[in-house]
Ligand binder design. Sequence first.
Ligand code: RNT
Ligand code: ZN
Length: 424
Amino acid sequence: MADIESRVARGLAYAKEVYAEKGVDVEEAMASCAKLPVSMHCWQGDDIMGCEDGGAGASGGIQTTGNYPGRARGGDEIRQDLDMALAMIPGRKKLALHANYAELNGRKADRDEYRPEDFANWIGWAREAGVGLDMNPTFFSHEKVKDGFTLSSPDAGIRDFWVEHGKRSREISQAFAKALGCPCVNNFWMPDGFKDTPADSATPRRLMVESLDRIFADKSVDTELVLDAVESKLFGIGVERCTVGSHELMMGYAMSRGKLYTLDSGHFHPTEQIADKFTAVLQYLPRIQLHVTRGVRWDSDHVVTLSDDLQGIMDEIVFNGYTDRVMIGLDYFDASINRVAAWVIGMRNTQKALLRSLLVPHQAILQAELAGDNTARLALQEEAKTLPFAPVWDAYCQAQGVPVGDAWLEQIRQYEKDVMWKRV
Ligand code: RNT
Ligand code: ZN
């Protein structure tokens, strides 16, 4: 242990020297990184099964694949796994919940009747863990998703049900924010769409807008506490031809109604990068939400890796000073590997990318660009990639009291033997 500590200290001293020469303050970068909240999604923990009776897993164009043993069953086991994961992840965290993680304790109620009390265990857990909560109404995995439609269904009764659900999600979000003293992002993603060419795509889009307006008409919700967000999508499996909540519909909605727009990195054409969208969308909106995921050939929601894509996203946020305006959240689900490790890997990678962006000698690169010296810009951008980031990351983990390097893996291996694999 002492060995690791002194090695980390030596590495940090070296890195500080190199970065100082480039005008970068390493301590300041670590302190900034530690302040930025990253919202971890509860649903990686149990393949989006949730806590409702007969929870059926994902539907509506999203899918978990894999059958790794040890999946958490119900709130207590998910929270136990969350505690394990959070102990391995540096930085400030939030937890994003989905409405289907309500714990009714025998109460007979459908999603249009959920109450803050149904999330009492989650609020208690979050308070204890020192994390804020975010929320998502759940417009999938439910019998009232009629022929794939919710808020834009041609059936008024179906729309009414989901409008009520949306309203309840905002009340619950407000209770989260009040209980934890931290604003709650409430994210609306609806799977509504067509497998094949619709004869009429205007009506469902009009109905979607109308339903959302009905949900947000509730003025008892304080929009400083509840940050409503709407998420767009290009397509889903089985909904290939037309998604009602497309980019244009949702961005227009967010802009015209003063809502957050959620950009999910898997929800665009594969050659598009959402990194390039922040400076555009933030010309018009005060805040947006980010869903970091990793699509492999489609919006497959693989575990987030330390990729150029992820780095590009964090660079845009940090270099443009958007850290208060982009609510960073994760959104992926892989059931083929240890689910706690999946959380840890994606969250640690997100933290790594953030810290790395904070350490880039951005001013020098910017000056090169302003001087019209694109040669220097490229040279400096590329040299920045091999500055000694790794020792700073190790020092950051150590300062945050989480394992350095891959030491966390051994602990999760033990945990799966002691806890997860006994869940049969
Ligand atoms: C689906 C959206 C949405 C979901 C979660 C579970 O494509 O990305 O955010 O993944 O609500
Ligand atoms: Zn998403």
